[in-house]
Design a protein around this ligand. Structure first.
Ligand code: HEC
Length: 121
């Protein structure tokens, strides 16, 4: 039989082991969840602001204005200072802020749009 003291020691050791396992799981899962493969692929590509501007005219200017000066949607000048690259991609692909729709550009088109947004200082 184990004494009360060593049983408490065993429980403490199990709690520590479970907490450690949780921390390791969170450390492994969180970065992967924050940077999904699409976002990672987009950020690895070199975007063309010129192509991005063309895509913007077709898809975005109706709401954000032809010079991104704001209309139904907000002015986008300086947006890359307010939001990081991952947040900008999420803004375009998530559809989480209606009435802005959810877009599904190919990674290269998204990289081009991102380059355009980054050029709006
Ligand atoms: C139907 C109108 C509409 C269209 C089309 C649209 N947007 Fe938006 N957009 C909005 C609105 C409204 C918001 C503000 C959402 C909020 O934060 O509540 C917004 C917000 C944003 C933001 C964040 C601005 C900030 O200050 O945080 C970015 C970046 C953006 N849009 C980019 C785009 C791009 C790029 C496209 C084209 C691919 C696009 N939008 C198309 C309406 C639109």
């Amino acid at each position: 039989m184990l004494g009360a003291g060593s049983r408490r020691g065993l429980v403490a050791a199990l709690v520590v082991a479970a907490a450690t396992a949780c921390i390791v799981a969170v450390m492994l899962v969180l970065p992967a969840a924050r940077t999904d493969p699409y976002t990672r692929q987009t950020m690895d590509l070199h975007g063309s602001a010129e192509n991005g501007a063309r895509l913007f005219m077709i898809n975005c200017a109706g709401c954000h204005g032809i010079a991104a000066q704001g209309l139904v949607g907000p002015n986008l000048h300086g947006v890359s200072i307010r939001k990081n690259q991952r947040q900008l991609i999420q803004q375009v692909v998530s559809g989480r802020t209606p009435p802005m729709p959810r877009f599904q550009p190919e990674p290269q088109a998204m990289a081009d749009l991102l380059a355009y947004l980054n050029s709006l200082v």
